[in-house]
Write a protein that binds this ligand. Structure first.
Ligand code: SF4
Ligand code: SF4
Length: 136
């Protein structure tokens, strides 16, 4: 019996010297991104030419073209992609096919929110989640 108690105390003492592994998410960021991590799609409004290749390749129509009144000098029709992140599978095909590198999968994986609007229109799609927190 004494042996069992000592064994238990040894385990407690061993673990009491360890650093805590609990992370206070979401206040504290979790460093879980890897190099090839595929996070939320992000758009560069200044280089998009409105070719719509990204929406054509999208397997489930998460990426769709919409009119957005933004002038970048290369997109005369002013059509830009919008992405429904509720249905996006993060396959990366839109990134692979974009001739200008305007759309890509970022390393942004912190998408929890109380909002129910998953359709990211061009303006929203062009901002990181951190920027959106501070944007009106
Ligand atoms: S990552 Fe895939 S599913 Fe998501 S918008 Fe791009 S092509 Fe569509
Ligand atoms: S993001 Fe790329 S593929 Fe999509 S419309 Fe713009 S330039 Fe074309």
């Amino acid at each position: 019996m004494v042996k069992g108690i000592l064994k238990g105390m040894f385990v407690v003492l061993k673990h009491s010297r360890r650093k805590p592994v609990t992370v206070q998410y979401p206040e504290e960021a979790i460093p879980w991104h890897t190099k090839r991590f595929r996070g939320r799609v992000i758009l560069n409004l200044d280089t998009c030419i409105g070719c719509s290749l990204c929406s054509q390749i999208c397997p489930n129509e998460s990426d769709h073209m919409v009119y957005y009144d933004y002038e970048n000098g290369k997109n005369r029709k002013k059509i830009y992609p919008a992405v429904n992140i509720g249905t996006c599978t993060y396959c990366g095909l839109c990134q692979a096919v974009c001739p200008t590198g305007s759309i890509r999968l970022s390393n942004d994986g912190t998408l929890a929110s109380f909002g129910k609007d998953f359709d990211y229109l061009p303006d929203r799609l062009s901002r990181t989640e951190e920027e959106l927190k501070h944007h009106d």
